[in-house]
Design a protein around this ligand. Structure first.
Ligand SMILES: [Zn+2]
Length: 230
């Protein structure tokens, strides 16, 4: 496996792409065998380029869940337990995390810290007994009630997780602009059009000679030093 990318938005819309060598992949290979000596890069974006955060974790001999726990421990300084499950029909995950300190009144802080430590350690012990295949066949609510039965539990409304790709005409046009007029026009001259296939959803975005001349004509019209992103 050469590359695995998974993206999730704040409203649980996901997309992903994987590149691997079909010939060499074995059915029973686990994540560590597939990833080899790779690294996991966790990037959190808030929509503004300036507030992008990136953390890098070597995989080593760790599973995907252990690598993610390592990321939270080192990058966010939040003790975290992660269990993941997957089969040919779906994937599921369970994450337990100690609440971060809230910075209130000094006396209350001590109480909060003690309580948070105690609750996290009870919850960590509770999920140690959860098997990853249980995540797949039990509903989230049933799993929560069974696992954390001794804790003060509040179950919030669930949100559906769905697929959505963020590819758009604007993004593909931006990519073609960065390739440059000479290269894009050469492709159109040879094939009659230029097609960019989205790696996430496989949607083909095609641009013919008229589209391309509009694209680069518009770019040429921009005043020098304009703030447009190319
Ligand atoms: Zn797409």
């Amino acid at each position: 496996m050469r590359l695995l990318v998974a993206q999730c938005t704040h409203d649980f819309l996901v997309r992903g792409v994987v590149r691997f060598d079909h010939e060499r992949i074995k059915d029973d290979a686990d994540f560590v065998a597939l990833a080899g000596e790779g690294t996991i890069m966790v990037t959190i974006e808030t929509g503004k380029q300036a507030s992008r955060y990136q953390g890098i974790v070597p995989i080593g001999s760790r599973s995907l869940s252990a690598s993610l726990e390592h990321y939270f421990e080192n990058s966010e300084q939040l003790p975290t337990r992660v269990i993941l499950g997957a089969d040919n029909f779906g994937t599921a995950g369970l994450l337990v995390q100690r609440m971060p300190s809230h910075g209130g009144v000094a006396g209350e802080d001590v109480d909060f810290e003690v309580q948070a430590d105690r609750t996290f350690s009870a919850a960590s012990e509770a999920i140690a007994g959860v098997q990853s295949d249980e995540l797949l066949f039990r509903s989230a609510e049933e799993l929560m009630r069974r696992t954390f039965s001794g804790l003060d539990l509040r179950i919030h409304d669930s949100c559906a997780v769905g697929f959505r790709c963020r590819c758009s005409t604007e993004r593909v046009e931006g990519m073609l602009r960065s390739l440059g007029a000479t290269e894009v026009e050469a492709i159109v001259a040879e094939r009659g059009e230029v097609t960019v296939t989205c790696e996430f959803c496989r949607k083909p975005w095609s641009f013919d000679a008229v589209d391309v001349s509009r694209l680069f004509g518009a770019a040429a019209d921009q005043a020098p030093g304009s703030s447009a992103v190319n």
